[in-house]
Design a protein around this ligand. Structure first.
Ligand code: MCA
Ligand code: AMP
Length: 492
């Protein structure tokens, strides 16, 4: 199975239909038909080929949502490239790791973001690339591809601090989208509002692929802005919305009458990437008259489990395994546990990535007998519904973005006067969790202002600790492991 024949249902089959409305910040709406997208990506594919790119080469993008991201993705699929999406909030240190590890031919970026790219990496300006592409022929260029053809390297934060690239194939994306389009009844009649970033699999794997496979109309925004969301819903009148819990929390701020009207047009709202509090699920139902469908996925596996479209969408649970995936819940030894007992979720299916890019040891550690160990802890009820309870690692999820404490701790420990440091997730009403640092410092040598300023240059904004809490010592077990749950609670 490969992507282009599935995209062709829309790119060629619905060539004259409006595919996309892009809303640039402060600018007028730009509209594209599926035929326009086919032509634009063909022109770009000709140009990329002329610049020497061939199947298997990496091409990174470091861009806010815009039409050119779609062009790059489609041209990449056509040429068999491995596209490397990079979070726009990452800064030099994070970028250096990803761009060194994936060794792309170039990174496509915009003028405002180019300054963050470390030296030594070829930068292609997105505007210049688009202008040059426009002069190329719009005839189809495509290499043969199958389910095993790699199409993307997406970096996921590793427990050791260095993120690893998950090698995702055409088969992974195709299976994922086919299952979701079928499970969620997505059709060409839908109107899909997308304000998720396209550099993560929620926006890219679920958003873009469900849109292209179903042939619905997508309204794309550069990013989610809660102050504008109400106006967007009013104006576009979506039937379909995918969001992270922080977006649904923000949507609870809409006046009841407006929320009701939005909810009346909304056929389906899907939440994922972080736990959706049952209370938000219930408040959204009351306010909008729409029952959110919560599902669970990972970068390495795309989607695994979801609440049913037909049937009970049970708050606080992620539902039942999706059609393409097998799920088992295991104890530490890898034996399945009984229903009602907590264990680690192991998954198997055509959705699971091919491994970690150039990291055979990490790949061997994450797979066992063909099953991928998710690191997520959960429990299955007698009727099959799965509830996630936490992680084997101490991952923090803030607004749907993942943070590994170790990465921040290592940077804090490099500061003068810091003897010990640990970072934990503190509850936050909108973002779910925010990182907070607990430090044991020598007060005469530690300069908090300088530490904050330094971290700002080193880390994405969502990873910045919201506070430095000074403690006399970190609580530790007899073996020296920090007992994070014993730290004094921090409140904003
Ligand atoms: C967020 N910020 C951005 C952007 N997005 N800045 C520039 N460009 C962006 N695209 C920054 C803001 O500057 C601000 O930084 C902070 O994030 C929060 O912004 P705010 O406007 O106050 O937004 P909010 O109302 O708090 O909502 C945050 C958000 C954002 C918009 C929901 O967290 C977001 O886009 N999350 C989506 C993450 C996502 O797609 N995850 C999927 C991963 P500052 O704090 O410095 O002021 S894939 C995954 O997890 C798996 C596979 C799955 O299951 O889906
Ligand atoms: P990422 O590393 O960005 O792929 O994030 C994947 C992680 O997000 C999963 O391993 C889960 O811990 C978490 N996640 C995704 N969806 C949900 C959900 N609906 N509820 C709780 N956690 C989720």
């Amino acid at each position: 199975m490969s992507l282009l024949p599935l995209f062709d249902l829309s790119l060629r089959g619905r060539a004259t239909q409006v595919a996309l409305e892009f809303a640039p910040p402060g600018g007028a709406l730009v509209t594209c038909t599926f035929g326009n997208l086919e032509a634009r990506s063909n022109r770009l594919a000709h140009l990329l080929r002329a610049r020497g790119l061939k199947a298997g080469d990496r091409l990174a993008f470091f861009l806010q949502n815009r039409i050119e991201v779609i062009d790059l993705w489609l041209a990449g699929v056509k040429l068999g490239l491995i596209v490397v999406p990079v979070n726009v909030l990452y800064r030099e240190r994070e970028l250096k790791h990803i761009l060194t590890d994936s060794a792309p031919t170039a990174v496509v970026t915009s003028r405002d973001l180019a300054a963050f790219i470390p030296p030594g990496v070829a930068i292609w300006d997105v505007e210049a690339l688009a202008a040059e592409a426009a002069a190329n022929p719009d005839t189809r260029v495509a290499i043969p591809a199958d389910a095993d053809t790699p199409v993307s390297l997406i970096y996921t934060s590793g427990t050791t601090g260095a993120s690893k690239g998950a090698v995702l194939t055409q088969g992974n994306f195709a299976t994922n989208a086919l299952t979701l389009v079928t499970a969620w009844g997505i059709s060409a009649a839908d109107r899909f509002l997308c304000a998720l970033p396209l550099f993560h699999v929620h926006g890219l794997g679920n958003g873009v692929h469900c849109w292209l496979l179903s042939g619905c109309r997508m309204r794309l925004h550069e990013r989610f802005e809660h102050a504008r969301a109400a106006a967007w819903f009013e104006d576009f009148r979506p039937t379909l919305f995918f969001g992270v819990p922080a977006m649904f929390v923000r949507l609870l701020e809409l006046p009841p009458e407006q929320a009701r009207a939005v909810g009346g047009r909304l056929r389906l709202a899907v939440s994922g990437s972080a736990p959706l509090p049952a209370e938000v699920h219930e408040k959204f139902r009351q306010l909008y008259g729409s029952v959110i469908l919560e599902r669970y996925g990972m970068t390495e596996t795309l989607m695994n489990v979801g609440n049913p479209y037909e049937g009970e969408r049970r708050p606080g649970t992620v539902g039942l395994p999706l059609a393409h995936v097998a799920v088992k819940i295991c104890d530490e030894a890898g034996s399945p546990v009984a229903d009602g007992t907590s264990g680690e979720l192991w998954v198997k299916g055509p959705n699971v990535c091919a491994g970690y890019w150039r990291r055979p040891e990490a790949t061997a550690a994450a797979w066992r007998d063909g099953w991928f160990r998710t690191g997520d802890i959960g429990v299955r009820a007698a009727d099959g519904y799965i509830t996630l309870q936490g992680r084997r690692s101490d991952l923090i999820i803030s607004g749907g973005f993942n943070i590994y404490p170790r990465e921040i701790e290592e940077l804090i420990l490099e500061r003068p006067g810091v003897r010990e440091a640990t970072v934990v997730g503190a509850p936050d009403p909108v973002r779910g969790e925010v990182p907070v640092a607990y430090v044991v410092v020598d007060d005469t040598a530690f300069d908090e202002g300088a530490a904050v300023a330094h971290l700002r240059t080193q880390l994405a904004s969502f990873k910045q600790p919201k506070a430095f809490v000074r403690v006399p010592a970190l609580p530790r077990t007899a073996l020296g492991k920090v007992q994070k749950h014993l730290l004094p609670k921090w409140q904003a």
